[in-house]
Design a protein around this ligand. Structure first.
Ligand SMILES: Cc1ncc(COP(=O)(O)O)c(C=O)c1O
Length: 465
């Protein structure tokens, strides 16, 4: 078999013929894809035609330290030369993983006792589901298995994590969600509050819904509640005032574990080490991925509290060994990348930078776009934000999906050299690297304003009915 590259075909052709792309319309891809990135420095990318882009999404909300970090590349290279792989089964270990676990545990919110590594945010949340089931079985509570998750949450795509996700595209035709998932309302004041309802009153209604759900299902059947501090892929939803504080109280009173999904908010994005620090969340379990390596290597982790760890340690003997884990758990190259990445975060004070430049970013978005007739809401904290486009501000009426307004504005921004992402309800999501500068923030905001202007023809009220 000749495995040499097919030189008579372009990379684009080879891609269309061979690659199955995630979260992509297969038909659209064959017509217009792919766009092939070849290089990155700081917040900027270059494609294979030499075009340059300002990446206002940091890849997929993950390249926190920016592209082109020699130090991480060298750490990966050195580790690959010394020991490219060894596993963690049967008490085996490697130095990079030990050091990553120690650092992440010290950075994490609450009081975490142990760190179990994986390769993706999805597998971390799948592991969380299995861990809470295991934990309750060990505690002699075989009925306590349901998980509370919110509409528009994004927790990944594997069978359990995809079930926790509250977005129809992840469920439709995939036979998801699993029946153990119980859904709660999305905490988005702009979209879900009743007319004239204050944030506090909305919070109280969400908390009442939580209490009613627990009463209806029975606390003895509910194992855990999972939440992102700020929802990412669901459209950058910032919860209303007092939400997590009150939710936590209800969970504690009903002996329900709080799993916080820090896959996007962890490692500085909100200007605090984790999203939990911003909102005062004291989780029982934490999922991390993305920013742990800034995407330089695939790595995720699940952190568990003292109580969960002690239960597993002390009550699992009759089951024999702990029967979960992956070939690549604590992969030494991925952990070497994490260690170099976290050292950069610390040395360059990137969390503080996210707070400082993030404040400028939030202010600038509002100053420039808040009065635009097509902008319904601007929301976010630190270096994560969304600009939600609407057909009519007064009534908060969205465009109809087939108008494709968000998609068209994002495509226009891309043609002007800025990458952002259209989400639910034509919200344009932004999550630049934590090294983004004020000048780059200005450029992002200018391009968004110009792109909205350029697509105003699509937004005529008559098109919205
Ligand atoms: C909050 C959150 N959790 C989990 C995931 C899933 O991570 P992965 O795509 O690495 O499986 C994502 C991915 O975007 C995420 O944003």
């Amino acid at each position: 078999m000749d495995l040499s590259p097919a030189h008579n075909q372009s990379l684009e052709d080879l891609d269309r013929e061979n690659v199955f792309h995630p979260f992509t319309s297969p038909k659209d891809h064959l017509a217009t894809g792919p766009r092939i990135m070849v290089e990155g420095r700081g917040s900027r990318l270059t494609d294979n035609h030499g075009r340059s882009y300002l990446d206002a999404l940091a890849g997929l909300w993950c390249v926190n330290v920016g592209y082109g970090r020699q130090e991480i590349a060298e750490a990966i290279y050195e580790q690959a030369k010394r020991l490219p792989y060894y596993h963690g089964f049967a008490s085996m270990s490697t130095e990079p993983g030990i050091l990553t676990a120690d650092t992440v545990k010290r950075m994490a919110p609450g009081s975490m006792a142990r760190v179990l590594f994986g390769c993706s945010g999805s597998d971390a949340n799948d592991t969380q589901v299995k861990l809470v089931w295991y934990y309750n079985n060990l505690k002699g509570r075989p009925k306590k298995k349901k998980i509370l998750a919110r509409d528009r949450a994004y927790h990944g795509v594997t069978v359990a994590a995809g079930s926790l996700t509250g977005l129809p595209t992840v469920h439709n035709a995939f036979d998801l969600p699993l029946p153990q998932v119980v859904r709660l309302r999305c905490p988005h004041h702009y979209r879900e509050a009743e007319q004239g309802e204050s944030e506090e009153a909305f919070t109280d209604r969400l908390v009442a819904e939580l209490e009613e759900t627990i009463a209806r299902e029975g606390a003895e059947t509910i194992a855990a509640f999972i939440a992102e501090p700020i929802m990412g892929a669901g459209g950058v939803v910032v919860p209303p005032t007092g939400y997590f504080e009150k939710v936590q109280r209800v969970l504690k009173a009903n002996d329900i574990l709080f799993i916080v999904d820090e896959v996007i908010c962890g490692f500085g994005r909100l200007g605090t080490p984790f999203g939990s620090h911003h909102f005062g969340i004291e989780p029982d379990m934490v999922s991390v991925a993305k920013g742990i390596t800034s995407g330089y290597q695939p790595l995720s982790a699940v952190l568990i509290s003292e109580e969960v760890w002690e239960t597993i340690r002390d009550h699992s003997e009759h089951l024999g060994l702990f029967g979960h884990g992956y070939t690549y758990t604590a992969h030494p190259i991925a952990c070497a990348a994490a260690n170099a990445n976290l050292a950069i975060m610390e040395r360059e004070g990137l969390t503080a930078n996210a707070a400082k430049v993030g404040a400028y970013f939030q202010e600038k978005l509002r100053a420039r776009l808040a009065d635009d007739p097509a902008v319904g809401e601007i929301r976010g904290v630190g270096l994560i934000a969304a600009v939600e486009l609407v057909a009519e501000r007064e009534t908060r009426t969205s465009f109809i999906a087939t108008q494709g307004v968000g998609k068209a504005v994002a495509a226009e921004a891309l043609s002007r050299g800025v990458i952002l992402r259209p989400m639910v309800n034509d919200a344009l999501a932004l999550s630049p690297p934590l090294v983004v500068t004020r000048e780059e923030v200005d450029e992002i905001v200018d391009v968004i304003a110009a792109s909205i202007d350029a697509k105003r023809g699509l937004m005529a009220p008559s098109a919205a009915a």
